[in-house]
Design a protein around this ligand. Structure first.
Ligand SMILES: Nc1ncnc2c1ncn2[C@@H]1O[C@H](COP(=O)(O)OP(=O)(O)O)[C@@H](O)[C@H]1O
Ligand SMILES: [Mg+2]
Length: 372
């Protein structure tokens, strides 16, 4: 049995046109690190607040350990929460902030003191217990919020974009810290972010949110290698996109089912089939190729694939470990207004003598691209 179950949960804020959470079905296993990833306004915070008990669903059931919890107040749910803005009490010391959930639960003072020391040790803040929040850096405040969420040994810890206010280096440090805590404590964690790299670093599984619904729930690797639809393909990692009409022409390569798409000007392209049963011939389709799979050459012969598009080189950017080539793709007609594509090319594979403005060929193997 899953630790947490959302069963057909709806949340509609009064006065808004659409549901913030729209028929959500989600199971979270005990001990797992699950991330809710999605653009701003997609319902991530609302989902977390429904779980924590700060919002109530309009309909549907939320279960924790098999028991419905919609009518339980937050402090009876055994859930620790790290809010987006930390929400530390400014007039209290670090130790008092961390003690707060225990004081509310009316534990004996000696028990509280022991648990506070232990929680501060977990986040490496034992020597800061008498400071006030305004005497701490952003990263240290984050640790206090984490210690406060962990201090009553909750079954579940929820974190809402806890690292978004930190600079890149500190954010990456805290990501490793959170990974360590998750491993050491074995506590179930549900984490919210709009940052795909952060989601991939931390998570056992990621739920990709869009407009109050989950587009796909899978491991980071599956989301990246086998996205269910163009939204997921574009939200995780870069993508080059082209629209066209579906051609049912199935073959196989490298164990993958390959199908085809025709562009508005009649070019025939092959790629992995996704949701093929839903398609019939001439249905509008989208082709997606990640920049690291796009090959670039002056002539089509050099590419050794039948998937070739003519383009024009717009820019060549050095990014340290790779080159980023920007090209406009020449596809006439339809809704394609010369889409801009990107190729990520390792220094060893960069064709020599490239000049901005030149025409070139963009190619990819069928097994490295998707048709949705
Ligand atoms: N308290 C509220 N009252 C009315 N609408 C809200 C409230 N909180 C969030 N919303 C709306 O619900 C939708 C989902 O918001 P939210 O869950 O905060 O998304 P996210 O955390 O993914 O950015 C948005 O359209 C947002 O404007
Ligand atoms: Mg939010």
């Amino acid at each position: 049995m899953a630790l947490i179950e959302f069963d057909h949960v709806f949340k509609h804020y009064p006065g808004s046109a659409s549901a913030a959470v729209d028929d959500l079905n989600l199971h979270i296993e005990a001990g797992e690190f699950l991330t809710l990833l999605g653009p701003s306004g997609s319902g991530k915070t609302t989902t977390l607040m429904l779980l924590a008990g700060f919002e109530a669903p309009n309909s549907g059931t939320i279960r924790l350990g098999g028991n419905a919890i919609e009518s339980l107040p937050p402090h009876q749910r055994q859930i620790g929460v790290v809010f987006q803005n930390y929400s530390l009490f400014p007039h209290m010391t670090v130790a008092q902030n961390v003690a707060f959930p225990l004081s509310v639960r009316k534990l004996p003072a000696s028990t509280i003191a022991t648990k506070v020391v232990s929680a501060l040790e977990k986040v490496h803040l034992q020597s800061y217990s008498e400071r006030r929040p305004n005497q701490l850096s952003g990263g240290q405040q984050q640790r206090v919020a984490l210690a406060r969420a962990l201090v009553f040994e909750p079954r579940l810890v929820l974190m809402d974009e806890p690292l978004s206010a930190l600079d890149k280096k500190l954010r990456e440090e805290m990501q490793l810290e959170i990974r360590r805590l998750h491993r050491e404590l074995g506590v179930t964690m549900v984490f919210v972010t709009h940052d795909q790299a952060e989601a991939m670093t931390l998570s056992d599984r990621v739920a990709v949110f869009n407009q109050g619904r989950i587009e796909q729930l899978a491991t980071p690797q599956t989301l990246y290698d086998a996205p269910a639809n163009p939204f997921v393909a574009n939200f995780l990692g870069d993508n080059n996109v082209l629209t066209g009409s579906f051609e049912s022409d199935v073959s196989h390569a490298c164990g993958a089912e390959i199908t085809a798409m025709r562009t508005a000007d009649g070019q025939f392209l092959r790629a992995r089939a996704s949701g093929i049963a839903a398609h019939s011939a001439k249905t509008a389709s989208t082709l997606c190729v990640r920049p690291e799979f796009l090959r670039v050459a002056a002539t089509a012969d050099a590419l050794a694939t039948s998937n070739c598009l003519n383009g024009r080189l717009l820019d060549v950017i050095h990014q340290g470990d790779h080159w980023r080539l920007v090209a406009s793709v020449e596809v006439s007609g339809g809704g394609n207004v010369a889409p801009q594509w990107f190729a990520k090319v390792s220094p060893a594979d960069l064709p020599s003598g490239l000049t901005v403005g030149q025409s070139l060929c963009l190619g990819f193997r069928p097994e490295d691209a998707w048709i949705f």
